[in-house]
Design a protein around this ligand. Structure first.
Ligand SMILES: [Zn+2]
Length: 223
């Protein structure tokens, strides 16, 4: 169907093939970076779900994985808007930099709050999924979803996704840096939201498999 081509390790949605229903919009652009949204992937008449990639630019391997796979999906139940954050700063990938020395980390969070949050909270979405990667800091928990707000609808939907997949667990690390910039206020203001976290050091084949599990499980949620 369509493909997303990636340059220089950054998630770059420029080459998403735009079909009749799919559109791309620039929703933010300043000295910190830019934010784009790819709209109406999947079933344009379905309920709306938002994905967000790029909040933490160092974690771009999962962002690329998502952007490569999502446009190839067919027969989806829901309508998907994908928010893509691109920070202006140079950044690297896990394995090249220490996780606590992440250029662009705060910038990505700031762009999420400034541009992505207002669109999602006012956008009639049933769910938002924020895609991240980690460097193996969570013991045996490599691939997991969680909501940073206990007792939220986002937590319930994340648990449903975990329960319907083989390889995605529900694991709450109890601490996030980006939560206050996106997933916490979304959950607290009517849009269920959860994180997807993947270990950056596993092979691309397995990352692809896990991402497909996530996309399909989200699409099979009862909303
Ligand atoms: Zn992250």
């Amino acid at each position: 169907m369509s493909a997303v081509f990636i340059h220089n390790g950054q998630s770059n949605p420029e080459n998403v093939t735009v079909t009749a229903d799919v559109s791309r919009e620039l929703i933010g652009n300043d000295s910190l970076g830019s934010v784009e949204v790819i709209k109406n992937l999947g079933n344009p008449d379905g309920k709306k779900i938002a994905y967000v990639v790029g909040v933490h630019p160092l974690e771009n391997d999962t962002h690329r994985t998502f952007l490569n796979l999502m446009p190839t999906m067919t027969d989806l139940n829901y309508c998907y808007d994908v928010y893509v954050i691109n920070v202006s700063e140079d950044f690297s990938t896990y394995g090249q930099l220490l996780p606590d020395d992440q250029p662009g980390r705060q910038t990505g969070q700031d762009l999420a709050l400034k541009y992505v949050y207002p669109q999602i909270v006012n956008g009639s979405y049933e769910l938002a999924v924020d895609v991240h990667a980690h460097g193996g800091a969570y013991g045996e928990h490599n691939t997991f979803v969680f909501s940073p707000v206990s007792g939220s609808e986002g937590e319930k939907l994340g648990q449903n996704v975990s329960g319907s997949t083989q390889n995605i667990s529900y694991y709450d690390p109890q601490f996030t840096t980006s939560g206050p910039y996106l997933t916490v206020p979304l959950n607290e203001n009517g849009v269920p939201a959860f994180y997807f976290e993947e270990n950056s050091f596993i092979s691309q084949d397995i990352k692809d498999l896990h991402m497909l599990e996530l996309i399909k499980a989200v699409d099979n949620l009862k909303l």
